[in-house]
Design a protein around this ligand. Structure first.
Ligand code: ATP
Length: 135
């Protein structure tokens, strides 16, 4: 029988953002949200910009972790998330995200001929995603 918890690791090129035993994890899959309980079938999938929701124990308030997309692998009651950037909700600098949002919006509104539109749109999405955790 599967145990009560599984190991969740959230890793970026810079640091290990989260490494704990948890009961339940929801991730923003490219095709929609996916939830994992301990003992889930092995799986690998891509993730989009969004939030991971982590429940350490039943009834506890979920912790949210903003990610900028990436990959998830589930195997042997271990959920590993690889992403370029991730912040736990208590780590997000709101002013920085607001400034990033304004910068991206201004770039998109000014429509300079050499603007990298996709880059500006992605920066805006990352900022909005971080700000969503303050709603
Ligand atoms: P910015 O323009 O403010 O750098 P960005 O979306 O371009 O934002 P990223 O490239 O996604 O930033 O991340 C670079 C690093 O900065 C990562 O380590 C990420 O966790 C961190 N980071 C970015 N924005 C914030 C924020 N608002 N609060 C805390 N950490 C942040």
């Amino acid at each position: 029988m599967a145990g009560k918890t599984q190991r969740l690791e959230v890793v970026t090129p810079e640091r290990k953002v989260y490494s704990e035993d948890v009961e339940f994890v929801v991730v923003p899959g490219s095709e929609g949200e996916m939830g994992f309980l301990p003992g889930h079938t092995p799986l690998a999938s891509s993730l989009k910009i969004g939030a991971i929701r982590v429940t350490k124990e039943a009834g506890a308030k979920p912790l949210r972790i903003a990610i900028t997309g990436g990959f998830v692998e589930v195997m042997d009651s271990r959920v590993t998330i690889l992403t370029n950037a991730a912040e736990r909700e208590d780590e997000i600098d709101r002013k920085r995200a607001e400034a990033a949002k304004e910068r991206a919006e201004q770039r998109l509104a000014a429509k300079m001929p050499d603007l990298d539109v996709m880059r500006a749109e992605l920066a805006l999405k990352r900022a909005l995603n971080r700000l969503k955790l303050f709603e």
